[in-house]
Design a protein around this ligand. Structure first.
Ligand code: SAM
Ligand code: SF4
Length: 538
């Protein structure tokens, strides 16, 4: 059976899709790039903002009209939207045959098999599993946690990946934070921590297959904490366990308790997987980033000094309404401590504008915060009311959309200034860059780039396929193009280097190479490869 799988949303979803793909491929399913050539179309969905759901609805609409015109195809929705909307989706969209929430993905092959058999016998049968097993089973036991088997049986396929040198590894699933705007605790369930041995082993296997960069994933990744000796699988291995309460991060382990903290896990991977060149982690919950984590980053050169620590707002009143659990002063304390211990640390964030009741003063406080913290970038979102969240139930969405848009644009402009300043500090330095993309730009536009940044007409290629970010005509002569290799520093700053041709740019993909930074823009650094030293004659 041919399967088309499209992923929406975050890195968690990208990893889930990779695991699903591996599991189905091992069962004989074949993946295709063209949805029209598939007998099974799967959308791995995101429910964090309405915008993400709208995109999926439009794809579902297209498949629906094809089905009405006689196309025989199984349409499945996986992930958070399937979990959030549940059976209501089946009522609204009769073309959907299968639903599978993120906590049930290990059961997807069985669902598909059942569906194939039943549809062959009785047309119109549908299957759904969106019951958020991990939130239901607060006393999770190894035997019940079959979802772990999906991560454990991972068959990372370098051939099938567009960036085979880079991989995600999940260390925790779910979230216990319950920010009032966020669907994740409801869709992904309670925080569950994987045993450290399983994580280290997975990293080792990935490196054996050629991976040089691993990003550890968790919604609040630094809340990772594994208490040993509490739960074993039937074959005697340590089992995943439900995370401790949020207070656990402020206390030392009880007497006799053996714990692997997040800092200890980072140090273990660094020590036990020496072939790993870059270790990253996202996303950090700012309040609980302790000195132990900074000390490990300072001591371990292959762990990237990059912190993605979303602040969400610069107003204490709004942070409280969001249930973020920290004040602006506490956030700044973490930032200052990080910079003091790791002077070259790179910090990124997320901000929501237009949260209910946000006034001009609250927004001005967020602008002040953006000027105060050297954020290399911020992901800025307009508040999107999500059914099932506390904010949706209790707080009217009272900031008009044009105000949200205005605040969003102002923050984008402000962040561009801040990013340019942060980037400017790198000019003159030589930095190791992991190259991952190939880009090109018409030579006559090359001179505009300084003003336009990387969005000014660069056409990117990933794994040989073009992903144009503007409407440049394709037939343009290749000779009139400036080819570029693009990559990222350890601090996650984007770097572009001009190269002579496409072959030279392709040859740099997947390699960490030194780059002299020559110029800074809001969105990227520009640089050149250092000239090889020439031995004096005679
Ligand atoms: N767990 C991470 C954290 O708390 O920092 C972030 C995970 S969330 C999926 C990614 C980002 O989406 C959040 O940091 C927040 O800025 C944004 N987000 C979540 N819910 C949102 C909503 N209802 N409206 C707008 N943005 C939202
Ligand atoms: Fe959502 Fe907050 Fe959990 Fe992040 S920490 S996933 S924003 S509830």
């Amino acid at each position: 059976m041919r399967v088309f799988l499209e992923t929406f949303g975050c890195q968690m979803n990208e990893l889930d899709s990779e695991l699903v793909r591996g599991r189905l491929a091992s069962l004989g399913y074949r993946f295709v790039d063209d949805p029209d050539a598939a007998e099974i179309v799967l959308f791995n969905t995101c429910a964090v903002r309405d915008h993400a759901e709208q995109k999926v609805r439009s794809r579902v609409g297209i498949v629906g009209s094809q089905k009405r015109n006689g196309r025989e195809v199984i349409l499945g929705l996986l992930g958070c939207m399937a979990e959030r909307e549940g059976l209501a989706i089946l009522q609204k969209h009769p073309q959907v045959d299968l639903l599978c929430g993120p906590g049930e993905l290990d059961r997807l092959p069985t669902l598909l098999e059942n569906l194939r058999r039943t549809t062959a016998a009785t047309r119109g049968e549908r299957v759904a599993l969106a019951g958020n097993r991990s939130r239901r089973t607060a006393t999770l036991t190894a035997a019940e946690d079959e979802l772990e088997s999906l991560d454990l049986s991972r068959s990372f396929d370098p051939e099938g990946s567009s960036r085979p040198w880079s991989a995600y590894v999940r260390i925790t699933r779910g979230c216990n934070k319950f920010c009032t705007y966020c669907v994740v605790p409801a869709t992904r369930g309670a925080e569950v921590h994987r045993p450290p041995d399983a994580i280290v082993e997975e990293c080792r296997r990935l490196v054996d297959r050629g991976v040089i960069e691993i990003t550890l994933l968790g919604q609040t990744v630094n809340h990772y904490r594994y208490t040993h000796g509490t739960a074993l699988t039937l074959d005697g291995r340590e089992a995943p366990q439900v995370g401790p309460g949020l207070g656990a991060f402020r206390k030392a382990p009880a007497a006799g308790e053996r714990v692997t903290t997040f800092a200890m896990l980072l140090a273990r991977i660094h020590e036990e997987v020496p072939g790993l060149e870059r270790l990253r982690f996202v996303t950090s919950y700012p309040r609980d980033l302790g000195d132990d984590v900074f000390d490990v980053l300072a001591a371990c050169p292959r762990i990237c000094r990059y912190l993605h620590m979303p602040v969400q707002s610069g107003s204490d009143r709004i942070l409280k309404a969001m249930n973020r659990g920290y004040t602006v002063a506490e956030y700044l304390e973490t930032v200052d401590r990080a910079i003091e211990r790791l002077p070259d640390v790179s910090i990124a964030g997320d901000v929501i504008v237009g949260f209910p009741t946000e006034t001009d003063e609250d927004f001005a406080a967020t602008e002040r915060l953006l000027r105060r913290v050297p954020f290399k970038n911020n992901f800025i979102f307009k508040y999107s009311p999500r059914p099932g969240t506390t904010a949706f139930d209790r707080l009217p969405d009272d900031v008009p959309d044009e105000v949200k848009r205005y605040r969003n644009n102002r923050l984008l402009a402000l962040q561009a200034e801040v990013s340019r300043d942060v980037h400017a500090r790198e000019v003159g330095r030589t930095l190791p860059v992991l190259f991952d993309r190939v880009g090109s730009i018409p030579l006559e536009r090359r001179s505009d780039m300084t003003a336009a940044g990387s969005g000014g007409g660069v056409e990117l290629r990933v794994a040989g396929r073009r992903t144009a970010d503007d409407s440049m005509p394709r037939a343009e002569g290749e000779a009139s193009r400036q080819w570029q290799a693009l990559g990222r520093t350890a601090g996650d700053l984007i770097v572009a280097v001009d190269v002579e041709d496409e072959i030279a740019a392709e040859a740099m993909r997947g390699r960490i190479l030194e780059v002299e930074v020559t110029a800074a823009e809001a969105l990227l650094l520009r640089g050149r490869r250092p000239m090889p030293a020439i031995a004096p004659i005679g």
